[in-house]
Ligand binder design. Structure first.
Ligand code: G1P
Ligand code: ZN
Length: 543
């Protein structure tokens, strides 16, 4: 095989964010842009003889072209084999599983998660390490610094691989194996959950609706829900994969999964509904006319984990990202297990899982997962809920309300202000930081400020420190407001305001979160001067 060295010059904007490098497709389509970043990934690795790379993406626009380029570069950089999902497609959790199962030297996942796809929309790329998880900051920083100095990249001029044909293509000492993207993952799920109980549930009058949002989980949902669990085909909607996600925004929340939400709150609503995102790692859980907040979902899965075969023998511990509500902390306390608070982003959970300190993890951003892989996992979360519903023989709403009655309710909401000019967003954050010394002890209606800070985290496994992970205003009553700038957007800045109030009184549990949090929402705007600084008077998305 003839390796060509191609001269290039650095792009200075290839800094990975919360979850890999995300840019507009047009940015990735610039000559050498993708290649520079991929070469920077490879240059950050020691690639031993015989190394195998896992490769796949969420199927969005530009996925197929990028896969062909990366295969040529992997061959040139010393990989002996690339395992690629059929059609170049692997959901993010399935990719994590493939990396672990076949012990590959990590993988490259092409995804911009829940961001829209298409020629004018987003594309993304990230490297996952051999444990199957997103590269930790020390690796993403190394990749970024290599990208700023890159002079050349390597590729082998191979013929295009037919990605639709399963099987092995041998090209000299290098090979590409196109694998079934669904089977290994579906087998893993079947080994973890009580499929017989869920099958019996589906055979009763219990109805479900799963919304694939035209994204990667469609084929997985077909295999798991209809083939293996016997749900009728009408249980699935939007399960045809499309490279523009049907023109939609594949983010499973009350705003973007509008079509499903209408069904759930309409007449003839199903007993259970769920959706997942572009790359299959996020989930939204709904009951009949009822929405489960992701923070509650994590807590409830933890509290009921003993009903799921995979977790019968107990949980080592749990973890949540800092902005995620403290509902799971209460469960951990009662179970007498550790609960870790990490910065936003799944990469911070990897060390805790590898060290067997935690079994379950979650984020308020519709991400829940466990140590079966090293990514959050949308369909896994759906199966957790179905398994719990089948075992408890109660509705989703009844399970949630019983949980609140036992532990109290951490009333929670996140308000996003998207597409803000960067200077304005920075001004909001600066205004908050300027009040760190003066806010403690101040009284605002029913809230008295206890402390405020910019969250820092020291990884308990490797001691690495991450600063600047979000501004916290903590109140004496245990309620809190968190302000963060998004690290995944591609248009200006997004300010996220996370609001949480603890409500032990069952008589208040019926209240809508926006009503229960009204005073705190107002206070968040007062403290941040967000309206004054940005001219916005309402969030773009409320979850
Ligand atoms: C967002 C979420 C975060 C999640 C990430 C990747 O990141 O808030 O919890 O891990 O997407 O799915 P952000 O845009 O807030 O940086
Ligand atoms: Zn995602």
């Amino acid at each position: 095989m003839q390796v060509s060295l191609i001269s290039t010059t650095p792009f200075l904007d290839q800094k990975p964010g919360t979850s890999g490098l995300r840019k507009k497709v047009k940015v990735f389509q610039q000559a050498h842009y993708l290649e520079n970043f991929v070469q920077s990934i490879f240059d950050s690795l020691e690639i031993p003889a015989g190394a195998v790379l896992t490769l796949g993406g969420d199927g969005r626009y530009y996925n197929a072209q990028a896969i062909q380029t990366i295969i040529k570069m992997a061959a040139a950089n010393g990989f002996s084999k690339v395992l690629v999902g059929r059609g170049g497609i692997l959901s993010t959790p399935a990719a994590s599983h493939v990396i672990r199962k076949y012990q590959t030297l990590g993988g490259i996942i092409l995804s911009a998660s829940h961001n829209p796809g298409g020629p004018d929309d987003d594309f993304g790329i990230k490297y996952n390490t051999p444990n199957g998880g997103p590269a930790p900051e020390k690796i993403t920083e190394a990749i970024f610094s290599i990208s700023k100095a890159i002079q050349q990249y390597q590729l082998v001029d191979l013929p295009a691989i037919n990605l639709n044909q399963l099987g092995l293509t041998q090209l000299d000492s290098f090979s590409v194996e196109v694998i079934d993207p669904v089977r290994d993952y579906a087998d893993l799920m079947e080994s973890m959950f009580d499929f017989a109980a869920i099958r019996a549930l589906f055979a009763s009058s219990f109805s479900i609706k799963f919304d694939g949002m035209h994204a990667v989980t469609g084929p997985y949902a077909q295999e798991i829900f209809t083939q293996r669990l016997g749900a009728p085909a009408t249980s699935l909607m939007n399960c045809q994969v499309s490279e523009t996600f049907g023109g939609g925004h594949p983010d499973p929340n009350l705003t973007y999964a509008e079509e499903l939400v209408k069904i759930v709150y309409g007449s003839n609503a199903p007993d259970f509904a769920a959706a997942s995102d572009g790359d299959g790692d996020r989930n939204m859980i709904l009951g009949k006319g009822f929405f489960v907040t992701p923070s509650d979902s994590l807590a409830i899965i933890a509290a009921n984990a003993h009903l799921i075969p995979a977790y019968k023998s107990g949980l080592a511990g749990v973890a949540r990202s800092m902005p995620t509500s403290g509902a799971v902390d209460r469960v951990a306390q009662k179970m007498n297990i550790d609960c870790y608070e990490t910065p936003t982003g799944w990469k911070f959970f990897g060390n805790l899982m590898d060290a067997d300190k935690v079994t379950l993890c979650g984020e308020e951003s519709f991400g829940t997962g466990s140590n079966h892989v090293r990514e959050k996992d949308g369909l896994w979360a759906v199966l957790c809920w179905l398994n719990i519903v089948a075992a408890r023989k109660q509705s989703v709403e009844a399970i949630v309300k019983a949980h609140w009655a036992e532990y109290g309710r951490n009333v929670y909401s996140r308000h996003d202000y998207e597409g803000i000019p960067t200077e304005q967003a920075n001004a909001v954050m600066a205004h908050l930081k300027a009040q760190f010394d003066t806010l403690p002890s101040r009284v605002f209606g029913r809230y008295t400020v206890a402390t405020c800070d910019d969250f820092s985290y020291t990884d308990p496994v490797d001691g690495s420190v991450s600063h600047g992970q979000g501004i916290r205003v903590l109140f004496q009553c245990g309620s809190r407001i968190v302000f963060r700038l998004s690290g995944t957007g591609t248009d200006g800045a997004t300010i996220r305001i996370y609001l949480e109030a603890y409500e032990p009184d069952v008589k208040q549990h019926h209240l809508d979160a926006q009503v229960a949090l009204a005073e705190m929402i107002q206070l968040a705007l007062t403290l941040s001067q967000l309206v004054e600084n940005t001219g916005r008077n309402a969030p773009t998305v409320i979850t």
